[in-house]
Design a binder for this molecule. Sequence first.
Ligand code: SF4
Ligand code: SF4
Length: 146
Amino acid sequence: MLTIRSLISYLKLKFKHHEVYFEGQCLQCGNCCRHIYLFENSGKIIKSRRQFNKLLKKHPDHDRFEIVAKDNGGLVFKCNWLTEEDTCKDHENRLQLCRNYPSKVMYYTNFTTGEYCGYRLKTGASFSKVLTKECKKAEELNENAD
Ligand code: SF4
Ligand code: SF4
């Protein structure tokens, strides 16, 4: 859920002209399908079976998720669509939340990718911005040389 703290983090980045980005790549380990937090529409993390049942009423397609643990964050789910080969049973029809992973929003909500994941959440000047700046510098040098 976005909070005052997330807003401050967002404004700090804006002020520095920095942005959130991911470095790395998917190692296809399937761990993000074994360690899942789910959220209510309000953005609150699911912490109880009752909240999960409510979510199921609105989104019956979430019945692929099974509660496996509870930690400080909330309930931890695994997905029953994950095959023994660590692939998705129906990748084409995976949920939007699967398509969105990993999401830059994690930075503002104190979540991050697990140690096992090939992606690392970073902040800084984006590659495209650095590239644009360098191209502009090169253009200016060329113009001055003419
Ligand atoms: S945990 Fe990270 S590396 Fe592993 S499958 Fe998910 S996105 Fe890919
Ligand atoms: S639907 Fe597929 S991609 Fe989504 S959590 Fe399940 S196994 Fe992973």
